[in-house]
Design a protein around this ligand. Structure first.
Ligand code: KDG
Length: 307
C-alpha cells in the first residue's frame, strides 16, 4: 500500500535565465506538476507511487531515474514508444516566468484508464491529481475521474493552464469532480476568478462545497491560505520566503505536501501549515524540484518565520 498515489505527466524541463533565443544556454531537469508534488509528498514522509506514461528511450530513462531519486516509486510508470513531453522555462531576474510546451501528442498525454491499477488506488491513503493532467487529453481526463471515484481520499488541484485548456472546460470538470474531492486546492485571486467567476476566497470555497467538495484550501500567495471544512473557517498565515529564485512548482509542492501529510494522519489544518512552509522553501531553488525541503527543514522553516 502507498500513502499517496499521483496521476499525471512527468516532463523534461529545459530552463534558462536568458530569453529564448538561438544559442541560449539552458539546464535540463525533470519536472512536471506531478513530479514536483510527488517529490514533496515523499519528502513530507509519505510513501508515494506515480501512475504515468514515459517514453521508452534515453530521455525516459532520465525521467525515471530522477523520479526514483526523489523518492517516488515508478512501478506504475509505463514505458511506451513515442515522444517524451518537454517544457521550456524562462526565469527572468525579477522571477517572472515564461513557459512553452512541446507535449501535444506526447506519450504522457495518452494516459488512460487502463494505466490505473484499481487496487493500488483503492488502498492508497490519498490520491492526488491536477487540472494539468485533465487538460492533456480525453483519455487522461477519464483516468483522473476513474481514480477519483475509486480513491478513499481524493485531492484535486485545479492548476489552470490557459495554454493547455479553456477556462470553460476546466470549470466544467471542476464541477464534475467536486463531489469526489476530500480537498480542492485552488489559488486566488486569478484561478478562482477564471474558473468560478469569483474573486473572494470564502465565496469560492462555498461554491465548491456547494458542488460537493468536502473541504477547500484556497491559496492566496503572501496572504496565506483560507481553509474551509465542515467545522468552519481557518485562516493560515503565509510563511514568508527567505529567498526567491524561481516560483515554478510552489503550488505543486503545496498540494503534494498537503496530500502526503493527510495520508500519514495529520488533520487538514496541520497539513496546510506544513504545506505552506514547504511551498515557501521551494521558491529558493531553480526549476520544479530545485529545492524540496525535508520534513525537518519544513518544520524548522515554519517555526523560524512564525516564531
Ligand atoms: O507548476 C509547475 C508546472 O507548471 C511545471 O512543472 C510544468 O507541469 C508543468 C505544466 O504542465 O505546466
Amino acid at each position: 500500500n502507498f500513502d499517496v498515489v499521483l496521476l499525471g505527466e512527468p516532463l523534461i524541463e529545459i530552463s534558462t535565465t536568458e530569453p529564448f533565443a538561438n544559442g541560449t544556454s539552458s539546464v535540463l531537469g525533470v519536472s512536471g506538476d506531478v513530479v514536483n508534488a510527488g517529490a514533496a509528498a515523499a519528502a513530507a514522509g509519505a510513501s508515494v507511487a506515480l501512475i504515468a506514461r514515459v517514453s521508452n528511450d534515453e530521455l525516459g530513462d532520465a525521467v525515471c531515474e530522477r523520479i526514483r531519486e526523489l523518492g517516488i516509486d515508478d512501478t506504475y510508470v509505463r514505458r511506451v514508444d513515442g515522444q517524451q513531453g518537454v517544457y521550456f522555462l524562462h526565469i527572468d531576474p525579477k522571477g517572472q516566468r515564461q513557459f512553452s510546451y512541446a507535449r501535444s501528442g506526447s506519450v504522457g498525454s495518452q494516459l488512460d484508464v487502463s494505466d490505473v491499477p484499481v487496487d493500488v488506488v483503492e488502498s492508497a491513503g490519498a490520491v492526488l491529481a491536477s487540472g494539468i493532467t485533465v487538460a492533456l487529453s480525453d483519455s487522461a481526463r477519464r483516468a483522473v475521474l476513474f481514480a477519483a471515484r475509486k480513491a478513499s481520499t481524493f485531492v484535486y488541484d485545479p492548476n489552470f493552464r490557459p495554454r493547455l485548456t479553456t477556462a470553460a472546460h476546466a470549470a466544467d470538470f471542476l464541477r464534475e469532480i467536486a463531489p469526489q474531492c476530500a480537498v480542492v486546492v485552488p489559488s486566488a485571486p486569478g484561478e478562482i476568478d477564471a474558473l468560478l467567476g469569483i474573486e473572494e476566497p470564502l465565496a469560492a470555497a462555498a461554491q465548491l462545497r456547494d458542488w460537493g467538495a468536502r473541504s477547500v484550501a484556497v491559496t492566496r500567495g503572501a496572504d496565506g491560505v483560507t481553509v474551509v471544512t465542515e467545522d468552519g473557517v481557518h485562516d493560515q498565515p503565509s510563511v514568508p520566503a527567505l529567498d526567491v529564485v524561481d516560483q515554478t512548482g510552489a503550488g505543486d509542492v503545496f498540494a503534494g505536501t498537503l496530500t502526503g501529510r493527510l495520508a500519514v494522519g495529520d488533520d487538514l489544518v496541520e497539513a496546510v501549515g506544513l504545506a505552506a512552509s514547504a511551498a515557501s522553501l521551494s521558491v529558493g531553488g531553480r526549476g520544479g524540484t530545485g529545492l524540496i525541503g525535508s520534513l525537518e527543514q519544513v518544520r524548522a522553516h515554519r517555526d523560524s518565520v512564525t516564531a
